[in-house]
Design a protein around this ligand. Structure first.
Ligand code: FES
Ligand SMILES: [Fe+2]
Length: 405
């Protein structure tokens, strides 16, 4: 654990990125309705947003619907007959009814429940009952309105800007794409378990809680306790790396001193338990995963700006997505991805891991509304950040830079 005791050569992580500064961060951005409106128009309606995975729509005709209040729309993502993934505003081009009401399904065409206009999977308007009765109906121009869509590592991204300023590749940037390249998302995504909830908290209040790990031994002492860092050395991190455009990574060790309970020993024998499995050296990891090649590596937390976080461990991963609803309200989506269990022992380990994960989430959730309530009290104008909160500072600076543009 020598290089954990002296990470970054004993220098503060902030010294790696002096351009971020070390000033206190203003609280206004967490509580102001005006600030939130600017984030909505200048960030969420302009950038690429991760709204799902390709496994949700494996076959032609498969679709899912994603309501995106922050972008003032609902989006249909569909795999067309040729296997191409397309996205459209979920709007009928007659009088605007929401076209698809089911959250997911499979169909040959979309039919509006109001007056039965029908659309092909390519979005083209195919059928209009009583067609002769419409004035000025140009069917070719009345197809569903497309939304820019792109796929990265099996993740489906959309951009509701009619003319995105960047391609998805440009937005993610070469550094992030290279770092994750080679991680076997296909195998790890075979089985997905999810939770969703809405909280009375700003989306950044929620996100910040997953941008640092030095609260784990304190807030999570009842659930996962000192699995990553001992209480005597909370700042126990292998590496921080900030990528361009607000994306970043934290790499975390497992704590070799941690004593698992007997049931945890059993579960760990057959699979990862909340990211606690140490490196299995028989499987080569891509260069960007466990970047320091530490034998006690636990997982890497990847922040994908603005609202998505992935915790990649060996063979399984978790994700959090934070959807702003208002300046003080957020929809929190949590997903746990694991390979398909091939025997009962693995199934037990996975289930145990998910239940433990759920318990830690409840602990995380317990701080978020309380934090938001007090940020809104006006008692303080700013907050100070620890060296371990580098990703929070980076995210704050990225938000500010979008709002300046
Ligand atoms: S609004 Fe869809 S057919 Fe009339
Ligand atoms: Fe936590």
């Amino acid at each position: 654990m020598e290089n954990i005791a002296q990470p970054n050569g004993g220098r503060p992580w902030h010294a790696r990125y002096p351009e971020l500064g070390t000033e206190p961060v203003p609280i206004d951005g967490y509580v102001s309705p005006d600030y939130f409106e600017r984030e909505r128009t200048q960030i969420f309606r302009r950038v690429w947003l991760n709204i799902g995975r390709v496994e949700q729509i494996p076959a032609p005709g498969d679709y899912f619907v994603k309501d995106l209040p922050v972008c003032n729309t609902s989006v249909i993502v569909v795999r067309d007959r040729d296997g191409e993934v397309r996205a459209f505003h979920n709007m009928c081009m007659h009088r605007g009814n929401q076209l698809v009401w089911d959250p997911k399904g499979n169909c040959n065409r979309f039919t509006c429940k109001f007056h039965a206009w029908t659309y092909g999977l390519d979005g083209s308007l195919r059928g209009v009952p009583e067609e002769d009765g419409y004035s000025n109906l140009d069917k070719a121009a009345r197809g569903m309105r497309p939304v820019a869509v792109g796929i990265w590592e099996g993740f489906v991204f959309i951009n509701t800007d009619p003319q995105p300023r960047q391609t998805l590749e440009e937005f993610l940037g070469e550094e992030l794409r290279d770092a994750v390249s080679g991680y076997d998302f296909d195998t790890a995504s075979a089985s997905c378990f999810s939770w969703e909830t809405e909280l009375n908290a700003n989306w950044k209040t929620c996100k910040d809680a997953f941008h640092e790990a030095f609260h784990v031994a304190i807030l999570h002492h009842r659930s996962i306790g000192e699995v990553f860092a001992p209480r005597s050395n909370l700042a126990c991190v292998l590496d921080f790396k900030l990528f361009e455009r607000g994306h970043g990574r934290i790499s975390l060790p497992a704590n070799p001193e941690w004593k698992p309970k007997p049931v945890e020993v059993l579960a760990r024998r057959f699979g990862a338990v909340v990211l606690q499995k140490n490196v299995d050296s028989s499987t080569e990891l891509p260069a960007g995963i466990n970047p320091t090649r530490h034998p006690n590596w636990a997982f890497d937390g990847y922040a994908v700006f603005p609202n998505h976080i992935m915790y990649l461990s060996q063979g399984s991963y978790l994700s959090h997505t934070f959807w702003p609803l208002a300046h003080d309200r957020t929809r929190w989506e949590i997903r746990s991805y694991q390979p398909r269990a091939t025997n009962l022992a693995q199934r037990f380990a996975q289930e145990y891991g998910r239940v433990t994960f759920r318990d830690t989430l409840l602990e995380d959730g317990s701080t978020l509304e309380r934090t938001q309530a007090m940020l809104g009290s006006g008692a303080s104008a700013d907050m100070v950040l620890h060296d371990q909160e580098l990703l929070i500072r980076q995210s704050h600076m990225a938000v500010e830079s979008y709002l300046r543009d």
